[in-house]
Write a protein that binds this ligand. Structure first.
Ligand code: SF4
Length: 390
């Protein structure tokens, strides 16, 4: 954080790889189905953006690099190698930097794990989602439970340093017992980190259309509450502490990259649909005009439009906005309340509201910070609104 309250220099880099084999029913991410022929052209654009970013920024060594998607594990090995070589050449990597790749089970083989480790990747975020075949099919996933288990085994046997598993709960038709069975099975592979996300119906997705037409059931609040409590208990028992609303880790294995987002830190981003967040000095260094305490910028969501924009010299950036100190304070409050370390409040009026919410059993106050209780986590948006209104 700077003296003016904005974020300091960016020490994290997000790279978006948009390719997926099919669109899962609930997904509204910036993805590109199929398109192996587009991979080379897309990577060319991404390398061009990285080259420019590496030259233009005042270099602070990167503490984390995150290849997200989409399905980065679908990137052809030679392209992945070129991409990571470009990151190392253009940016300094801090010793022990966290380098994460998101992967789907069908793309994980022993050979791939070996390749990833050889390229310096030390963390894999695996989209398991469920170990129940009918749930996976309901979600429109392209893998089955057997593939997910084989991927988990390959990652562990291949010596990947850190393994994170994504799971989805409150899926209609997946009862609490099925969810718990899957969770316990995943834990047998001793992941360092688990993310448990509730199923949400995002506008414009196949799931939203299914719910609107009555073909699909929507997630039920009772299932959501029951399965989330189950996740906290089962994961806690296994030594994975909840440190963010949806994220659980063994001590010291929290996602350093994602903590930068939640703690309001700066990060660079490249690739279609990617959002970056910078302090004013770095933003000006990258040519953004205007004023504020922080800047958010974003890229074209469509991979082909992104690649065209880079080729035209606009570097794929579709838009940006400057944040005022008030905007930034609100974002920090909303994100900070998601963390079990909580957040510092800024005004006496906020502290008075916090005392009221503490009396309702929704907030805890400790060490000059406030954090949501387990009941408070269930009404997090409401807490944020109450504290932001004063
Ligand atoms: S694999 Fe992930 S990014 Fe791709 S469509 Fe499914 S949910 Fe979306």
């Amino acid at each position: 954080m700077t003296a003016e309250g904005g974020p300091g220099p960016a020490r994290s880099l997000y790279l978006h790889i948009p390719f997926c084999t099919q669109r899962c029913h609930y997904c509204d991410f910036a993805i590109q189905v199929g398109g192996p022929d587009l991979q080379g052209r897309y990577l060319q654009a991404l390398l061009e953006e990285l080259r420019w970013l590496g030259e233009a920024r005042v270099a602070a060594p990167l503490e984390s690099v995150f290849l997200g998607g989409g399905t980065p594990s679908l990137l052809r090995p030679e392209l992945l190698e070129r991409l990571l070589q470009a990151v190392v050449a253009g940016f300094r990597l801090a010793p022990q930097a966290e380098v994460t790749i998101e992967a789907n089970p069908e793309g994980v083989t022993s050979e791939r794990v070996r390749l990833w480790r050889g390229l310096g990747i030390n963390r894999v975020s695996l989209g398991v989602q469920s170990l129940d075949d009918s749930t996976l099919s309901w979600l429109g996933r392209s893998h089955d439970a057997g593939q997910a288990e084989r991927a988990l085994a390959a990652l562990r046997q291949g010596g990947m340093a850190a393994l994170s598993c994504d799971l989805i709960y409150a899926v209609p038709g997946q009862d609490a017992a099925t969810f718990e069975r899957g969770l316990r099975r995943v834990l047998e592979f001793q992941p360092e980190h688990v993310s448990c996300y509730e199923l949400t119906v995002e506008p414009g997705t196949p799931l939203a259309r299914g719910v609107a037409s009555g073909r699909s059931q929507s997630p039920q609040v009772e299932a959501f509450l029951e399965q989330r409590r189950l996740a906290v208990a089962v994961l806690g028992e296994a030594g994975l502490r909840r440190y963010e609303v949806s994220n659980y880790a063994r001590p010291g294995c929290e996602s350093r990259h994602n903590l930068v987002y939640w703690q309001g830190g700066a990060y660079l981003a490249a690739g279609s649909g990617a959002h970056g967040f910078l302090g004013p000095i770095e933003a000006a260094g990258l040519g953004f005009e205007g004023k504020g305490v922080a800047l958010r910028y974003w890229h074209f969501r469509n991979a082909a439009s992104y690649a065209r924009s880079v080729a035209d010299g606009s570097l794929g950036v579709r838009g940006h906005e400057w944040l005022t100190p008030e905007d930034l304070a609100l974002e920090r409050l909303a994100c900070g309340l998601r963390l079990t370390t909580g957040v510092e409040l800024q005004t006496p009026a906020q502290w008075r509201t916090a005392a009221h919410l503490q009396g309702l059993g929704l907030l805890e106050v400790a060490g000059g910070r406030v954090r949501a209780t387990s009941n408070g986590v269930d009404v997090l948006d409401r807490l944020t609104l109450e504290l932001a209104a004063v």
